[in-house]
Ligand binder design. Sequence first.
Ligand code: GTP
Ligand code: MG
Length: 193
Amino acid sequence: MDLKQVTLERTAYLPDQLILNGALQVAFAGRSNVGKSSLLNKLFNRRALAKVSQTPGKTQSINYYRVGEKLCFVDLPGYGYARAPKAERDRWKKLMDVFFAQNQVLRGLVHLIDIRHEPTDLDVELHEWTLPLVRNHLYVLTKSDKVKQNQKAKAIADVAAQLEIRRNQIVSFSAETGEGKHLILNWVAEVAA
Ligand code: GTP
Ligand code: MG
């Protein structure tokens, strides 16, 4: 995986703009503001390839970052931004439906959850919805620099219990310190091999 060769390959707003075959994909999903774009920038070692903002709902499109010849990292739009108009939420659901159900090349989903908060109903929904549709799942607890070591262990145990997953499927991550970065990259390399 050559992370020095990263380019924004496509920005998709509509189902017919989605890339459903070709290079293998690993997608990054989670509620608005959880830190998806910050995580991608950290993995890529780029300060601002993926747009980061204080305003939730910044990434409204599906953004495909091409890494070398064979792999795409896909930044999915944040869900559950309560103030988004219904038409916007419907558009999101339709886009994600096609993305997950018709994708021939999706090998893994990285589901991001803020380490300071328990998984929400929307997290449980995303988890149950995608479980049968995507082969491999990794759960990343973001913003780990904001909590103490003992709170980290508790958060991992809580997420494992609530989503009924194994603890070794969960990684704590910080875009500030880089904690967890190599575990995530190793996982991506493995599922996209
Ligand atoms: P949407 O595109 O709206 O769905 O948001 P996103 O999930 O892409 O989140 P984004 O990366 O834009 O980050 C949201 C906010 O959280 C920004 O203010 C980031 O600086 C902050 N943030 C993200 N990751 C971390 C982290 O690991 N530690 C800390 N302290 N702040 C973070
Ligand atoms: Mg974003």
